[in-house]
Design a protein. Structure first.
Length: 233
């Protein structure tokens, strides 16, 4: 079997990476791999064990019994740690606040990156849209399609705030920007590496952003502008 086509997408928090990538994967019949979910699940696992995620040695310790699984099906997305379905739990603000500590541990990054490559290779799909922070530069630097998905910081904060209606918008915005600052000290996802196409969704709605990303993919892969899923054929 041939290796799947890899569409690599990076970007800051709230730029639309997961929602847009999932929809793009659906439209192309590709798999969808959310790499942030692995870091979030490990942060959740560490919190369950009462670990301080800013302590790298403790994070490494707890990662030894981290039994992680994720679905690459964009229509049936789930994340598990052992027998626990953590799909929703890993989106909680307490996990978002803790995740950067986990993600800055080099041994953790190496281990999850190897897992991501293995998941893509055995996906059984013609292609996989894989999104995160270092996909275009570290995980899949040779991918035929590499995109940096951005949006103005205040727009990203407003979109995230609209999702987390139980939290006040200033708190949500501060947490999002703080996470970006911590994460960007580890990997650069704010500037496009050479050969990476920028899609700025600041003044695009969701469907327009999906179309813009599909346009970049089609141009890179020389795929016709009309696909069967889009026309309902
Ligand atoms: N172009 C867009 N216009 C309007 N809303 C959008 C657009 N793109 C994404 N959204 C919405 O913004 C919110 C954040 O998007 P999403 O969760 O996909 O971002 P993300 O980059 O994966 O964030 P994080 O890195 O924090 O997980 C979602 O509610 C999503 O539906
Ligand atoms: N390739 C990646 C992906 C994610 N991270 C870290 O995980 C956190 C959660 O990611 P989301 O995409 O779900 O927001 C993120 O804040 C990073 O700390 C990463 O380091 N590399």
């Amino acid at each position: 079997m041939t290796d799947p086509i890899v569409v690599a997408i990076d970007g800051p928090a709230g730029s639309g990476k997961s929602s847009v990538s999932k929809q793009v994967a659906r439209r192309l019949g590709y798999g969808y791999l959310d790499t942030g979910a692995a870091y979030r699940a490990l942060a959740w696992h560490a919190l369950e064990h009462g670990i301080d995620t800013s302590d790298a040695a403790s994070v490494l310790d707890v990662s030894a019994d981290f039994d992680y699984a994720i679905s690459l099906d964009p229509d049936a997305y789930w994340v598990r740690v052992g027998q626990a379905d953590v799909t929703d739990a890993i989106r909680e603000p307490r996990v978002s606040d803790a995740v950067s500590g986990v993600a800055r541990v080099p041994a953790v990054r190496q281990s999850v990156n190897a897992l991501f490559r293995a998941l893509v290779a055995r996906s059984g799909r013609p292609g996989v849209v894989i999104e995160g922070r270092d996909i275009t530069t570290v995980v899949a630097p040779d991918a035929p399609v590499r995109i940096l998905l951005t949006a103005a910081p205040e727009i990203r904060a407003a979109r995230r705030s609209a999702e987390l209606t139980t939290h006040d918008s200033a708190t949500v915005a501060a947490a999002l920007h703080q996470r970006d600052a911590a994460d960007s000290a580890v990997v650069d996802f704010l500037t496009a590496a050479p050969g990476v196409e920028v899609v700025d969704s600041t003044s695009l709605d969701f469907d327009q952003t999906v179309d813009a990303v599909l346009g970049v993919i089609r141009a890179a892969l020389s795929v016709p502008a009309v696909d069967p899923l889009q026309t309902g054929a």
